[in-house]
Design a protein around this ligand. Structure first.
Ligand code: PLP
Length: 405
């Protein structure tokens, strides 16, 4: 392990405590929490705990300032035009449902939503529900070479009735990063909006939503070295303004009578009830820490590790890789399956060797079907992973084959 990797691991309490006994390669499911996020949450709960955006007493004001500061940190991470474009949710799933429910009101029967066959269920089922409730058509971007999204038929797929294209920014199974440029171009040509599910891209460094040219972006805190129970919806100000709330209740209104409620402006309109304040504070610190890292350097290191991992896996007989073989435009997520062996058994053997990775359909059953398997084992790397983790994984896979085959 390099000095750089060792220094990073020391900043993640669970990894620091585990020493060399844990090879954590399930970062696409949940990353480890950074000490800055954990400390900020503990400090907040100990010294600044109060409800936010409601009371005038000092503690409540301190809590409100901390909560709004976190909103600003998220806005910086995404290069959003204004902190008010940041809505805190309980996670990427909740953020996607929020947008889908709003579109149920904004769409007319016969309108269309475009998603892809590679989506996580969280960016598929809310749109299926919208189809069933609002009579909206669903169309799917297929898989192309190297299990990347095939965008060549976009013009035919995205027609005049398309209201929204909702795609994964990076696949949680193949690691492939979506080429967003042509998607935005085609959306603009027909007046549709673009939503990116950034759950797997955000953990790999700051995102520039304005440079991407998209309209909505979602991600989860627990995959970005922050706490669980918090996530983000970013939306262009004018679009959030036009959206109805999906959840209603306290904190999201200006005035209520027995007959009606006047909703507050975004982001409060979308944050009914007491929000996850400490979690937001922790996420803000995690993203601020991420924003200070040297991402081009980290990317180069992780691309090298990913290439070595792929090369090592391809040397294992009867192993199939799910996704692009090259390191271009991909995040360090590598999925594979072994003929005749179930991924759960493979992962169990690896767990016994101290290597944590996940097996199964990864909440992407349509993608599994497109790949021709029902389950894969997935190794997902984060910035604290090193050569030792890749070596342990490759040795573990060979051992699993020896034991199970
Ligand atoms: N989208 C993608 C691509 C994911 O990988 C995940 C989680 O694995 C989600 C959405 C849902 O995230 P969460 O469970 O944090 O809401």
């Amino acid at each position: 392990m390099s000095d750089e990797t060792a220094a990073l691991r020391r900043q993640f309490p669970l990894l620091a405590q585990a020493g060399g006994t844990l090879h954590y390669l399930d970062n696409a499911a949940t990353g480890q929490i950074h000490e800055a996020a954990l400390d900020a949450m503990v400090q907040h709960e100990r010294y600044a705990r109060g409800n936010v955006l409601r009371a005038g007493h000092r503690l409540a004001q301190t809590a409100t300032l901390a909560y709004q500061r976190a909103r600003g940190q998220v806005a910086q991470f995404l290069n959003a035009a204004h902190p008010d474009e940041i809505v805190f949710t309980s996670g990427a799933t909740a953020a996607l449902n929020l947008v889908a429910q709003a579109y149920a009101d904004l769409c007319k029967p016969g309108d269309e939503i475009v998603v892809s066959v590679a989506e996580h269920h969280s960016n598929l089922i809310p749109w299926q529900q919208l189809r069933d409730r609002a009579g909206v058509g669903l169309r799917f971007v297929p898989l192309g070479a190297g299990a990347r999204l095939d965008l060549s038929g976009l013009r035919a797929l995205v027609g005049r009735r398309c209201r929204l294209i909702a795609l994964t920014h990076a696949s949680n199974v193949t690691g492939a990063v979506t080429d967003v440029g042509p998607v935005v171009e085609q959306a603009r040509a027909v007046g549709a909006h673009v939503l990116l599910d950034g759950a797997q891209r955000a953990p790999h460094g700051p995102v520039d939503v304005r440079a991407l040219g998209v309209d909505f972006y979602v991600f989860s805190g627990h995959k970005c070295y922050g706490p669980g129970g918090v996530g983000v919806l970013w939306g262009r100000g004018e679009f959030l303004d036009a959206m109805p709330p999906s959840a209603t209740g306290g904190g999201m209104v200006e005035r209520v009578t027995l007959e009606r409620a006047d909703y507050a402006a975004p982001p409060r309109r979308f944050e009914a009830g007491t929000p996850p304040v400490a979690q937001a504070v922790g996420l803000g610190e995690a993203l601020a820490w991420m924003s200070r890292q040297d991402w081009p350097r980290i990317e180069r290191r992780l691309a090298g590790l990913t290439a070595r991992l792929i090369e090592g896996l391809l040397a294992v007989p009867r192993l199939h890789l799910a996704g692009p073989l090259d390191a271009r435009d991909r995040v360090p997520v590598v999925s594979f399956w072994l003929e005749g062996l179930h991924s759960h058994d493979v992962c169990q053997v690896l767990d016994g060797l101290g290597v944590a990775l996940r097996g199964g359909h990864h909440c992407a059953q349509p993608l599994m079907q497109a790949l021709g398997t029902d389950a894969v084992s997935r190794a997902s790397l984060a910035l604290y992973n090193g050569d030792d983790d890749v070596d342990a994984l490759l040795a573990g896979v060979r051992e699993a084959v020896r034991i199970l085959a």
